[in-house]
Design a binder for this molecule. Sequence first.
Ligand SMILES: [Zn+2]
Length: 135
Amino acid sequence: MTAVWLPGDLRAQILHQAATAHPHECCGLIAGVRMAADFRVLALHPARNLAVDADRFDIDPRDHLVASKAARAAGHQIIGCYHSHPDGGAEPSARDLAGAGEENFLWLIAAGGNLAAFVYLCGGFVAGDWMMSSG
Ligand SMILES: [Zn+2]
């Protein structure tokens, strides 16, 4: 089982970013602490979406670099990424699977006002279990 800890305000931030970007996908990187299968989200780093097509995302490498440096400076690491599915479900698409590569990486997907968590492990996505202390 993979435990995902996400503060309510950060959850709201992702959903707000997804709604603002609609009909395009929003995207960003997730900073926090990862211990084995336990992911604690501590900060979000919204990123520019370089993808031309509306239904895909491609995180700007410059934003990735800035997020990595900020995370390191705070004693965190980049433990995952998030993006939205403007017209799809809150589950990884075939395109997401093709684009995933980093092992034990958290993926949060926003769709229709919902947020779902997955972890990329051994070539596939497994559903994450939400652990939320408040709301
Ligand atoms: Zn996707």
